[in-house]
Design a protein around this ligand. Structure first.
Ligand code: ZN
Length: 466
């Protein structure tokens, strides 16, 4: 819906002036608020305004602008003058062609009623009149006069921000109702509970770029303890980056690295040392527990003991999302959670470094299946397993033969199935002019419930099928 909004008067034309008020200021204030309400709270609405500051725009310029834009609805906001008892009234053009009259009246009446509902007072009713903006606009056009600037009682209301808010909201409600606008669903917050998304290598590299002395064990603890409590360890890690300044503990904090306090627990004011913990793991656990207290009313995971000295000070479950920590974890604060989440966004975009052992793309690996090694050659083709990007790949055919699974190759999509189950991580290696199918051993183990074991020193994967 294209909504053209016209704050009456402006610039060289102040409109009516009385009781220390200028019409042009009030119409702008109310119109900006109508715009914000509709844009913030409703979907599928486009708004163009004839002015958004104090400038002169003629009536003709205004209606030309609306017509050129192809507005669906035109609303002009005014303040009345001329004495009397005061009150609210609205106008449409007095000679609307019959085919458009019903629809225009419907829109006028809805907006009129919604404004009256919120402001109360004298209702001067919906009216018709020969007004330029209503006559010259091709779209449905309504003009409203919110109150009388020269009537003492109305002037007092015009000076009250609550009245102006009601005027704006009344108009917005009316427009939404008349044009069937859909309310936006509540803004999605980010829950504290959940699984981490960042990779450990990513977390370490992210901090090391700012702080080369960073202890990697801290990052590992965040992922491990986070997983144990069902809390986003990667975001809690970002909270610590925020609290400790990339784990440098600089910038005037009294907390020192040996306290293993990564979130200022017990630092009630600047210069206070705060709580101290015996190890990285305990410090991280205290922070995760504090988040847990905020996020849920559930009991601690089995076997866990409270190490957070401030756990009992939290109203359990009061802040399930990171954004809910604003003004709670950080007082005062309106953007604490958002700052943490912004850091987390940066973290997720940070390139994941390749670990040294993965730099050799095709690291050889030996597979032992139920005590038997997979032969290095199968029907004359080399069939050595390999590791790529940290994942072990097993040659499909010799493995299937060893464990008695049926292999099927589908030429149409080049897929390979084991006992009728299509392999997702299959890759084909071209070796010596012949090709061999490989698959991540993890996928096969998951599919057929096999047990896997990895021996780092001999680079051996053991597969047990029974
Ligand atoms: Zn006016």
């Amino acid at each position: 819906m294209k909504f053209f909004l016209n704050p009456g008067h402006g610039g060289a034309d102040p409109g009516s002036v009385s009781n220390g008020l200028k019409e042009k200021d009030i119409t702008l204030l109310v119109s900006m608020r109508i715009r914000d309400i509709l844009l913030n709270e409703y979907e599928n609405i486009e708004i163009k305004m004839s002015r958004t500051d104090d400038r002169t725009v003629s009536l003709k310029e205004t209606t030309d602008m609306a017509n050129a834009w192809g507005a669906d609805f035109f609303l002009s906001i005014h303040v009345n003058a001329g004495g009397g008892k005061g009150g609210f009234e609205s106008f449409i053009y007095h000679k609307i062609p019959a085919k458009d009259l019903k629809e225009t009246e419907r829109v006028q009446q809805l907006i009129h009623a919604e404004v009256m509902k919120l402001i109360g007072g004298i209702d001067r009713g919906p009216k018709k009149k020969d007004l330029h903006v209503c006559r010259e606009t091709e779209a449905i056009a309504v003009l409203t006069e919110m109150a009388f600037i020269d009537v003492a009682n109305d002037a007092a209301r015009l000076k009250d921000p609550r009245f102006l808010e009601n005027v704006a909201r009344g108009h917005a409600n009316g427009v939404a109702l008349a044009f069937g606008l859909k309310k936006k669903t509540a803004l999605q917050k980010t829950p504290i509970l959940g699984e981490s998304k960042a990779a450990i290598e990513q977390m370490i590299a992210f901090v090391k770029e700012e702080n080369p002395q960073f202890d990697e064990e801290i990052a590992k603890a965040f992922l491990e303890v986070g997983r144990l409590y069902g809390i986003r360890g990667d975001i809690a890690f970002c909270q610590s980056i925020h609290e400790t300044g990339w784990f440098k503990f600089e910038g005037g904090t009294a907390v020192t690295p040996d306290q293993h306090n990564y979130c200022g627990l017990g630092v009630t004011k600047k210069g206070v040392k705060g709580a101290a913990f015996s190890s990285i793991r305990e410090g991280v656990t205290a922070q995760i527990q504090h988040l847990y207290a905020y996020a849920t009313k559930a009991d601690l995971p089995t076997g866990e003991k409270i190490v957070d000295p401030r756990f009992h000070l939290v109203t359990r479950g009061i802040a399930p999302a990171w954004e809910d920590l604003n003004g709670r974890w950080a007082v005062p604060g309106t953007t604490y959670g958002q700052s943490i989440l912004a850091l987390h966004d940066k973290l997720l975009k940070f390139p994941i470094p390749i670990r040294k052992e993965e730099e050799n793309k095709f690291l050889d690996v030996t597979f032992i299946v139920n005590g038997n090694p997979i032969p290095a050659h199968y029907m004359g083709i080399p069939t050595k397993g390999y590791i790529q990007d940290g994942r072990a790949y097993i040659p499909i055919r010799p493995f299937a033969e060893l464990v008695g699974l049926k292999v099927a190759y589908e030429p149409k999509d080049h897929s390979i199935s084991l006992n009728g189950r299509k392999l997702k991580t299959k890759t084909i290696l071209e070796t010596e002019k012949r090709s061999t199918g490989y698959c991540q051993v993890k996928e096969i183990a998951d599919l057929f419930k096999y047990k896997l074991a990895w021996d780092q020193s001999t680079k051996t994967v053991t597969v047990v099928t029974t």
